[in-house]
Design a protein around this ligand. Structure first.
Ligand code: PMP
Length: 407
């Protein structure tokens, strides 16, 4: 009977968005949502996306037929090159298989589902997430009945990486565990390992035969440099790992609602690699077919057009620098305003952290107070979306932070 269904809690982030919309205060500030905003707090359609959209719409042959199960081939192959590098040995040796997915979320789900069925199916291995991580990771892996644990990640003391805690925990995880890693611009903390730290993580994971699952939602959006943001993934592949990657085009193309993403499975180098990958591809296709039949076309067409055209690609890189540059600017300004006011505490973490989010260090109590007093909306863990700040509201926000900390 339907009356056994209990009421589920509201999604905290979507609840926060609803509360913001209801607030009638003129100078309210939305720092909750993880979507880029321009300097006037408005959504930004990337000029290159507008251009691609116009090209597509003017094509008289454009139709609304189904895509293949694995998605648009030009899109998935360009996506491989983007994340792995055009000259990746994994691509040359044909040991990668890729499927277009319902954005990054769908890619994480497809990977989780695949691993739950085929990764040590008789002695299920657990997946380890950073603490904290994108909250949806917990739900996605629970849904496919994979046990999950966390490894320490964020140090409250330094507001940076708890590297020792992370390494120790990965070292102590049972051999062959799945370790979920954020490829760059960790959500929600904005804290990434350095390249030397990535090398250490890699070494420990190799010794323990762990399986890396990279979630890559911010390539190019974090630093403005597509290659730099893909460094960790490529390094792991160079070390011979078998791994998978969930790739999202929501942030870096501003294609949030179009749900363009890709899932990649890469096997290690071996004489049989091509065969192995072909078997994996065949199973992934069955999973995809039963879940979504085939992915949505429009967003992938836009991304594909840009990824496969040198001129549009260069324009996209320029658009990426506009977004990441504005965010980096806001980080600098916020830090210097807080330091100028002598706001108690240290503020270097604001500029040390990278990408869409910053973990301010504000407590839940302070978060609720700043919402009540100043109409500034952020998640209870003190995370702010840097893209919600702009030259019109940053002074107001810095003063509100200063006030709540001194209270
Ligand atoms: N992983 C991480 C870490 C994210 O931050 C996000 C976006 N919030 C996603 C995956 C997936 O987002 P989408 O499904 O919109 O691509």
């Amino acid at each position: 009977h339907a009356d056994v269904v209990p009421q589920a809690p509201e999604d905290p982030l979507f609840g926060l968005m609803a509360a913001f919309r209801k607030d009638t205060f003129e100078n309210k500030v939305d720092l909750g949502i993880g979507a880029y905003r321009d300097n006037n707090a408005k959504p930004w359609v990337l000029p290159v996306v507008k251009k691609a959209d116009e090209i597509l719409r003017s094509d008289p042959n454009l139709n609304h037929e189904y895509l293949p199960i694995a998605g648009l081939q030009e899109f998935t192959s360009a996506s491989q090159k983007l994340i792995l590098g055009a000259d990746s040995p994994a691509i040359k040796e044909r040991r990668v298989t890729s499927l277009q997915t319902i954005s990054g979320t769908g890619a994480v789900h497809l990977g989780a589902l695949f691993l739950s069925k085929f990764y040590h199916p008789n002695t299920k291995r657990a997946v380890y997430f950073s603490n904290p991580t994108w909250v949806n990771h917990h739900q996605i892996f629970s849904n496919v009945h994979l046990p999950h644990h966390t490894y320490p990640y964020f140090s409250k003391k330094t507001k940076g990486l708890d590297f020792e805690g992370m390494i120790e925990s990965i070292e102590n995880a049972p051999e062959g565990s799945i370790i979920l890693l954020h490829a760059c611009a960790h959500n929600p903390t904005g804290v990434d390992p350095t390249q030397d730290q990535w090398k250490e993580i890699c070494k420990v994971m190799q010794a323990k035969k762990h399986f890396p699952f990279f979630d890559c939602a911010y390539q190019g959006f974090a630093s403005g440099d597509l290659n730099k943001d893909a460094w960790a993934v490529r390094y792991f592949i160079d070390q011979g790992f078998e791994l998978c990657i969930a790739q999202s085009y929501a942030k870096n193309f501003g294609l949030y609602g179009e749900r363009a993403g890709c899932f990649h499975f890469v096997t290690g180098p071996s004489p049989d690699a091509e065969n192995i990958i072909s078997r994996i591809a065949s199973q992934l296709a069955i999973l995809q077919r039963s879940e979504i039949s085939n992915p949505p076309a429009y967003g992938a067409r836009i991304a594909s057009l840009v990824l496969n055209d040198a001129e549009l690609f260069a324009e996209w890189e320029d658009n990426l620098r506009t977004m990441s540059g504005r965010i980096i600017d806001m980080r600098r300004t916020l830090r210097s305003k807080l330091e100028e006011m002598g706001t108690p505490g240290t503020w270097n973490h604001i500029t040390d952290q990278i990408g869409m989010f910053s973990f301010t260090g504000l407590t839940e109590k302070q978060v609720l107070k700043i919402r009540e007093d100043a109409h500034v909306y952020m998640t209870k863990n003190g995370r702010i979306s840097m893209a919600g700040l702009n030259t019109h509201n940053i002074e107001y926000f810095a003063k509100a932070v200063d006030k709540v900390i001194r209270e």
